[in-house]
Design a protein around this ligand. Structure first.
Ligand code: DGL
Length: 258
């Protein structure tokens, strides 16, 4: 069984992307909605929360786990050591590979404070691509906006424009959405950054990588036997509304404790 884990509803962008291509995919999703956001917490806390969520998914029978969160992906190596029999997929490596393929030269990266401060994107891109400029910008306000279901009001557009202003000024040609919540704001982000900028998002980059590296997992696609569970540590009216908006009707939401 495939486990998919995010701090909140952001990983549903991965679920939606995968279900559009593999409607019969079985999975158990965990969103730690009672503790989101993770991105403004210390690495120590992020590590502890990540281990607790992974333990929950393993207890539910997950044998392969997508860490559908850039912030948690910072600790993927520690998670691999702790759970050596589980296969893990993170969302940072696929995005870096997508950037390499894009041949961009002025790369912008946006993410949570923890992701940007850790400098992983900046370092790995510089290591693997020559003559590129990388500009990183933390956007800590975006995750709470998405969790609130606020995505297209005029003031949201103003906030997004303001946060992306330095990257626009710097005339980037490629923008990595280094947080799985951000594809929910993708239209607003695309408008703010300008049409000529290539946008790389975690769900598409991850899917492309898994098609290459784990095709068998994606082939377990049978609508007649599919089992899908959506587990959240808190189920609010917003959580329900976002699930409906992103995945449609027909999903039961389970409230779980870690
Ligand atoms: N979706 C998570 C990520 O990709 C959001 C992090 C958060 O909880 O702040 O980084």
């Amino acid at each position: 069984m495939l486990g998919i884990f995010d701090s909140g509803v952001g990983g549903l962008t991965v679920v939606q992307y995968f279900l559009r291509r593999k409607p019969g995919l079985s999975f158990v999703y965990l969103g730690d909605t009672s503790r989101v956001p993770y991105g403004n917490k210390s690495l120590e806390t992020i590590r502890r929360y990540t281990m607790e969520g992974v333990r929950f998914l393993v207890d539910q029978g997950a044998t392969d786990i997508i860490i559908a969160c850039n912030t948690m992906s910072l600790c993927v190596e520690e998670v691999r050591c702790e759970f050596p029999t589980i296969r893990f997929f993170d969302v940072i490596e696929p995005a870096i590979e997508a950037v390499e393929r894009s041949k961009g030269k002025r790369i912008g990266v946006i993410g949570t404070r923890a992701t940007i401060q850790a400098g992983v994107y900046q370092e790995r891109i510089k290591q693997r691509m020559s003559r590129v400029d990388v500009l990183a910008q933390a956007c800590p306000l975006f995750v709470p906006l998405v969790e609130e279901g606020e995505t297209d009001r005029p003031e949201i557009k103003r906030i997004v424009r303001r946060m992306l202003h330095p990257l626009r000024q710097a005339q980037i040609d490629t923008l990595i959405l280094g947080c799985t919540h951000y594809p929910i704001l993708q239209e607003v982000i695309a408008q703010a950054i300008g049409k000529r900028v290539t946008i790389i998002d975690s769900p598409a980059a991850l899917y492309a990588m898994m098609e290459r590296t784990a095709p068998n997992l994606l082939d377990e696609d049978d609508s007649s036997t599919a089992q899908r569970r959506l587990c959240f540590t808190d189920v609010s009216t917003q959580t329900k509304a976002i699930v409906r908006r992103w995945l449609g009707h027909g999903f039961e939401l389970e409230r779980v404790n870690l």
